[in-house]
Design a protein around this ligand. Structure first.
Ligand code: NAD
Length: 490
């Protein structure tokens, strides 16, 4: 792997990571090798980047371009991402440890975000409102100016595209702070945007730490809106600062999603769906179905089949096409996941499968953890209430609809939920009662750019994707245009 230090650009200035500047070293989670090095931004870079972004917002024609002209650049960014799909996916695999096929999907999805918001940009309609007098009234979507986008490590490039594409489509200048665990893809995205013709200063990537660069962005008086994806506690801190500053935030936070199996479900599809819902991405997914609820009448048979499916999961190196589950993102994160499984044991849980590291010697240098199923806990246990963000499933039996709705909603989170049932009327009833921003019925973890995404309760504020995605990065300006025949009276 090329370990040359990747530079980032703020206006005309480049930060190379040379001459005593700080550097972020990204470690490949699959084998502990160096995946790449990136120059590290500082809070001073934030000051410069905000000034450059405002200059670009005010003085570049971007926000005043016709929508089809802005769209042309967004389409071009999407096209160029796809041209580099394989190289970007391999870089992402090295940074994050995700299986290659998942990385290819994520890069493809990032390109799709730019294409979609190019189309939204071209077809967006402002509102003509019904007047109540001799004037013409309009509601227009206006950009905020400079927006900051802060992203986590679990879906690099896709998360950045999910924010940057609509924010740019809305006419803003964008500052991105990617996760320090996976900083490389955002830098490549900035390069691609520049090569596609996006004017300088409209998108700047600041690869820094959360506590200094991230915090400086959120507090900076020049940042007029913050879009954050990450953990709930970080989101709470960011939301408090934004509240003090009276600026809008989009918060996409954590989850502890209930995955429900009724006795009338298609048994085999439900087993496969539950396994895929938690063990895909090694459980490092905000929407992972991490709490399994199975109706009592089928509980023993279902758990037995699920344990067998879990046993068959191919844990392996991310570049092996047969691999179903790769490593966790870092040693610290794997230790945290392992500590939760120990806690579950102390809380009285029974580990039915997994609960440790793999035995295969070729996986010994990476941060792998075996897919784990635990039962015997109450929904009140910490392992059932706190986000583990790893390949750990807790299984609980339930009596009936009322019981599973109560238990399913008994969490501070409300990001997603899933259910398997043959009864469409029950699916409708239960889906309406669950506190969740997305509910999957006889499927799980499906997601696409045209459907809004976000959380209830402590899982977030606001919606990304779809037309909601553009609204998040716009503020409404109402315009009254007088048509009076006579002068106004008092
Ligand atoms: P994290 O909250 O630790 O970090 C996310 C980002 O915030 C990183 O870039 C980090 O550097 C930055 N950050 C940290 N402290 C900050 C501060 N004080 N001010 C500003 N920025 C700060 O999250 P993570 O560990 O990178 O990601 C995992 C979490 O993300 C999980 O909780 C997961 O559920 C959540 N997530 C949510 C969604 C969603 O759409 N709801 C999607 C993916 C991940």
């Amino acid at each position: 792997m090329d370990t040359q230090i990747k530079s980032f650009q703020v206006g005309d200035a480049w930060r190379s990571g040379q001459d005593g500047e700080h550097v972020i070293v990204s470690i490949n989670p699959a084998d502990g090798s160096i995946a790449g090095k990136v120059a590290r931004a500082t809070p001073e870079d934030v000051d410069n980047a905000v000034a450059v972004a405002w200059d670009a917002f005010r003085n570049q024609p971007w926000r005043r371009l016709r929508p089809d002209q802005r769209a042309t650049t967004l389409y071009e960014i999407g096209r160029r991402i796809l041209l580099e799909k394989d190289a970007l996916a391999r870089l992402q695999m090295a940074d994050s440890g995700k299986p290659l096929k998942e990385c290819v999907n994520m890069v493809t999805s990032a390109a799709g975000h730019f294409r979609y918001y190019a189309a939204v940009c071209e077809t967006w309609q402002n509102e003509v409102t019904s007047p109540r007098g001799e004037y013409f009234s309009l509601a227009l979507a206006e950009p905020f100016g400079v927006v900051a986008c802060i992203t986590p490590w679990n879906s690099p490039i896709m998360n950045e595209a999910q924010k940057a594409a609509p924010a740019l489509a809305a006419g803003n200048a964008v500052l991105i702070k990617p996760s320090e665990e996976t900083p490389q893809l955002a830098i490549e995205l900035a390069r691609i945007c520049a090569e596609a013709g996006l004017p300088q200063g409209l998108l700047t990537v600041l690869p820094g730490l959360g506590e200094d660069v991230g915090a400086a962005l959120v507090k900076h008086p020049g940042v007029r809106m913050v879009s954050f994806t990450g953990g709930t506690e970080t989101g709470r801190v960011i939301g408090s600062i934004a509240g003090q500053r009276l600026i809008p935030v989009g918060l996409e936070l954590g989850g502890k999603s209930p995955h429900i199996v009724f006795e009338d479900a298609d048994f085999d599809k439900a087993v496969a769906g539950v396994a895929s819902g938690i063990f895909g991405s090694a459980g490092q997914s905000c929407v992972a179905g991490s709490r399994l609820f199975v109706q009592k009448s089928i509980y023993p048979r279902f758990i037995e089949a699920l344990v067998e499916r879990t046993r068959a999961i191919r844990v392996g190196m991310p570049d092996d096409p047969g691999t179903e589950m790769g490593p966790l993102v870092s040693r610290a994160h794997r230790d945290k996941v392992a500590a939760y499984v120990d806690l579950a044991r102390q809380e009285g849980g029974k580990v039915l499968i997994g609960g440790g590291l793999p035995e295969a010697p070729e996986l010994a240098n990476g941060w792998f953890y075996m897919p784990t199923v635990i039962d015997g806990l109450s929904n009140k246990a910490r392992a059932c209430q706190e986000e583990i963000f790893g390949p750990v499933l807790v299984a609980l039996p339930f009596e009936d609809e009322a019981d599973v709705i109560t238990q399913g909603n008994d969490t501070v989170f409300g990001l997603a939920a899933g259910m398997w049932t043959g009864d469409y009327a029950r699916a409708w009833r239960v889906a309406r009662e669950l506190d969740a921003g997305s509910v999957w019925i006889n499927t799980y973890k499906q997601s696409h750019i045209a459907t809004p995404f976000g959380g209830f309760k402590d899982s977030g504020i606001g919606r990304e994707k779809g037309l909601h995605g553009l609204r998040l990065y716009s503020q409404v300006k109402s315009l009254y245009w007088g048509m009076h025949e006579k002068p106004l009276s008092l």
